[in-house]
Design a protein around this ligand. Structure first.
Ligand SMILES: C[S@@+](CC[C@H](N)C(=O)[O-])C[C@H]1O[C@@H](n2cnc3c(N)ncnc32)[C@H](O)[C@@H]1O
Length: 258
C-alpha cells in the first residue's frame, strides 16, 4: 500500500514526467493541509449534482464541443461538459474568465452561449509569465508541455466565435475590475491557485456578478491545490452557498436574490 499514489491515483499520471522524489516532497505538506481542510469544511460545502443547484432541465441540455481534448493545464472533459451545460441553460450575455491559458475552455463557452454573449478573458502577458514563479511540479509540467511557448488564447483565435471574445491582460490582483462591476452573468475562476490569488479573484468575481449569475472555480477538492479549498471554505463559513460538483474539481455558486 502506497499512502500517496494509492490514495490519490491521479498523481500516477505525473510519474515519468516529474521526478517521484519531487512529487513526494511537494505533496507531503499539501496532503496534510488537504486532510485538515476536508475535515473542517466538509459540511460547509456539500458535494452535489448539477440538478441540486440548478433546475433539472439543465441536465437534459445539448452542448457543442470543438477541439476539446486540450493539453496539460486544461480542465477535464467532464468539467468542460458541466460548464457548457450551465452556460447553455443560463444563456449569459456577459462572461468573465480568470486564466485564459490556451483558450480551450473559452472556445467551448463561446460555442455554448447566445450569439450576442460577450466573453472577456484575462491572463498575464507572456512577457510577465515568469513573474508568476511557477515552480515545482507545475513548473516541470509547463516546461515539458511547452505550455507557455504557445500563444495565450490560440484555441479560439481562428474560430468562428472569435468575435465573441475579448482578451484582457494583467495580473488579476492588479487588474481594474471597476468597468465590469455587476456586469457578469457567469464568471469562471481558474488563474492563480495560491490562497492570496484565489481570495482576490473570488472577491473580484463577487463584485462583477449580477443577481442570478453563476461563479465556477476550478481545482477545488484537488490535493495539488488545497489553498482553493481553504479559501472557499472561508467564504462558505461567512455564509456564501458554495457547492462542489460531484465527479469534478469544480465548485459553484449561484447568486440568487434573497
Ligand atoms: C490552469 S490555466 C487556465 C486553464 C483554462 N481555464 C482552461 O481550462 O482552458 C491558468 C492560467 O492562469 C494564468 N494566471 C495565473 N496566475 C494569474 C494571475 N495572477 N493573473 C492572471 N492570469 C493568471 C496562467 O498564465 C495560465 O494561463
Amino acid at each position: 500500500m502506497d499512502p500517496l499514489f494509492d490514495r490519490f491515483p491521479q498523481l500516477r499520471n505525473l510519474l515519468g514526467k516529474v521526478p517521484e522524489a519531487m512529487i513526494r516532497e511537494e505533496l507531503a505538506p499539501k496532503v496534510a493541509l488537504y486532510d485538515e481542510v476536508v475535515a473542517r469544511i466538509g459540511g460547509l460545502i456539500p458535494t452535489v449534482r448539477l440538478c441540486d443547484v440548478f433546475p433539472a432541465e439543465l441536465e437534459a441540455g445539448k452542448i457543442t464541443l470543438e477541439r476539446f481534448l486540450g493539453q496539460w493545464g486544461n480542465i477535464s472533459i467532464e468539467e468542460l461538459c458541466k460548464i457548457c451545460l450551465i452556460v447553455a441553460w443560463l444563456k449569459p450575455k456577459r462572461v468573465f474568465e480568470f486564466g485564459t491559458y490556451n483558450g480551450m475552455t473559452t472556445l467551448q463557452m463561446a460555442l455554448n452561449t447566445p450569439d450576442d454573449c460577450h466573453i472577456t478573458t484575462l491572463d498575464v502577458p507572456p512577457s510577465q509569465a515568469a513573474s508568476l514563479e511557477i515552480g515545482g511540479i507545475d513548473g516541470v509540467l509547463a516546461q515539458k508541455s511547452g505550455a507557455f511557448d504557445l500563444a495565450i488564447g490560440h484555441y479560439f483565435k481562428e474560430s468562428q466565435v472569435a468575435d465573441k471574445i475579448s482578451q484582457v491582460w494583467g495580473d488579476s490582483t492588479r487588474f481594474n475590475f471597476e468597468p465590469f462591476a455587476q456586469q457578469m452573468d457567469f464568471v469562471f475562476v481558474d488563474a492563480g491557485h495560491t490562497y492570496a490569488y484565489v481570495k482576490a479573484d473570488t472577491q473580484n468575481a463577487l463584485k462583477m456578478i449580477r443577481s442570478g449569475g453563476v461563479i465556477v472555480w476550478h481545482d477545488y477538492h484537488q490535493v495539488l491545490h488545497p489553498d482553493v479549498m481553504v479559501c472557499l471554505g472561508e467564504f462558505a463559513a461567512d455564509g456564501m452557498r458554495i457547492a462542489h460538483l460531484r465527479g469534478t474539481n469544480l465548485a459553484v455558486y449561484h447568486h440568487v436574490a434573497g
